[in-house]
Design a binder for this molecule. Sequence first.
Ligand code: ZN
Length: 277
Amino acid sequence: MNPKPLTDLSQLCIHTITTKPWSIEEAVKNFTNAGVCGITVWRDTLDGRNIRKTGKLIRDSGLEVVSLARGGFFPNKEKSKRKEAIEDNLKAIEEAHELGAPIIVLVCGAEPAQSLEESRKQIHDGIAEILPTAKKAGVKLAIEPLHPMYADTRSAINTLGQANDMACELNSPFVGVAVDVYHLWWDPDLEQEIKRCGSSGHLMAFHVCDWNVPTNHFLLDRGLMGEGCIPISKIRSWVEEAGFTGFNEVEIFSEKFWRQDQAKFLNKIITAYKENT
Ligand code: ZN
């Protein structure tokens, strides 16, 4: 089934990292003027700001705060480092609460000096430890599975199946999953796992961009929707069939686009959103 075309921008959210050269104030102003309706805030853009005031600035401009990015990075061989990670995640929860962000996206982390199984156990325990604070703050935690090329240091959770399993184990309305097409498009079980994620009530976020062919950099060469090989509309149709009605979040890390005029890049994003998402 083909998804309905995205004729308006009511479900368009952009991550601040996508237009990295802009400050949060510039992003808010330019997104609003362009008709974008949601923003996912990366924590670095809040440095030196009064977070409550920044949240109010965003809402007053008419934008919805969709998520705060990012928490996670739980695994480490050293207990003291795992404790530091917990503290940083508690801080992120406080920031999300002050900002008025309902969700924190978790890039869960991995430790190359130990097995992926051990890292996953530490991720599970880390989320379980911060969960009571998240619940109290009214902030949900979205586990984002990352492409297996990041299994060395960025995430030991690499498939939607693994993220779904962990969300089910943690069994809380405050734990769910973020589906990012960049990380998951290759998975033969994707359609099934999106269904499962939706029916278990865990589908909290949907991120889009494209996979460049060839990809020149593991981290900083994501493409604009339509430039690469990801069947984005098809995946969006699965997500919508699974009951998701939230934002389509454009999350692009790209040295190439960051070097360009960001106002022109924003226009390209909006065109690519309407035509290729
Ligand atoms: Zn993402």
